[in-house]
Write a protein of this length. Structure first.
Length: 275
């Protein structure tokens, strides 16, 4: 699920004699149990970090996600069995069982109030969406409870915003209420960077090895890239080259959430395709 461009990951296992166990899912009449790794890629039960129980009812599919510990992670209803159309109220919890997010959806689009919480239970950010676009007044807070920023949106566009330091003074260094982290110069500059720096390994060309490597990394508050790792491998030759190029990247523009610079997690595909 997404909120303002930030991706939030959405575990008690169920075993019933009437169910038939397959490689990654348990099917039992109108319920399905599936297993996912830390990156929410479907996996086997022994490698699972999350467990998802999907139950058919008269409103659609009621989905409950669990952490590996068995603690509730998220719950909500989807209109379709592919889980692309959330409907109604959704809630998310951290591994300690504390509520961390509440959102509302209408036919697959975020529509209604959105509230996020710190681990201490205090509000982190609150506002509302109108058909997938932020709308109206938004307010964000520091963990201390002091306001970190306010903004007004209309049709998804920020019309004004005021950002504050924790001491209450105005912070003019951050012009936006919220934004995703991004490569400096945007997508076009990112494409140019790959074009200039990515080299197809000769041995991979000779052996006709191609595909898309997916690299995950953290963009820190100062824009530095850390925790760089391959999460979808193609071949060691291509994996190594993808990592090399990502590590050569300049600092990114850090993410902003409610007027605060925050860490963000990115998944960057690196394509190797022979002509």
């Amino acid at each position: 699920m997404q909120s303002f461009g930030y991706i939030y990951s959405m575990k008690k296992l169920y075993f019933l004699a009437a169910c038939i166990l397959f490689a990654t899912s348990v099917f039992c009449q109108d319920s399905i149990v599936s297993y996912y790794d830390a990156h929410w890629i479907m996996t086997t039960i022994d490698k699972a970090e999350y467990t998802r129980k999907k139950i058919k009812n008269n409103k659609g599919w009621f989905v409950v996600d669990y952490y590996k510990s068995g603690q509730l992670h998220a719950k909500g209803i989807y209109l379709d069995d592919s889980l692309r159309k959330p409907q109604g109220d959704f809630t998310w919890y951290n591994e300690k069982g504390n509520l961390i997010r509440q959102s509302s959806f209408n036919n697959g689009k975020q529509d209604g109030p959105e509230i996020m919480y710190y681990a201490n239970g205090k509000k982190q950010i609150e506002g509302s969406y109108k058909m997938d676009k932020p709308d109206g007044n938004w307010t964000a807070y520091y963990e201390s409870g002091k306001i970190s920023g306010t903004a007004y949106y209309k049709d998804g566009k920020q019309l004004n915003a005021k950002i504050y330091n924790e001491d209450g003074s105005v912070n003019d260094n951050i012009p936006v209420f919220t934004r995703e982290s991004g490569f400096p110069g945007g997508d076009a500059a990112l494409a140019d960077f790959f074009s200039s720096h990515l080299k197809y390994p000769g041995k991979a060309v000779k052996n006709v090895i191609q595909g898309t490597v997916v690299v995950e990394f953290v963009v820190d508050k100062n824009g530095s890239l850390t925790d760089i790792q391959v999460v979808k491998s193609v071949d060691p030759l291509l994996d190594e080259e993808a990592l090399r190029v990502i590590k050569k990247m300049p600092k990114w523009e850090p993410a902003v959430q409610g007027g605060r610079l925050v860490k963000s997690w990115k998944m960057q595909p690196v394509q190797f395709k022979l002509q």
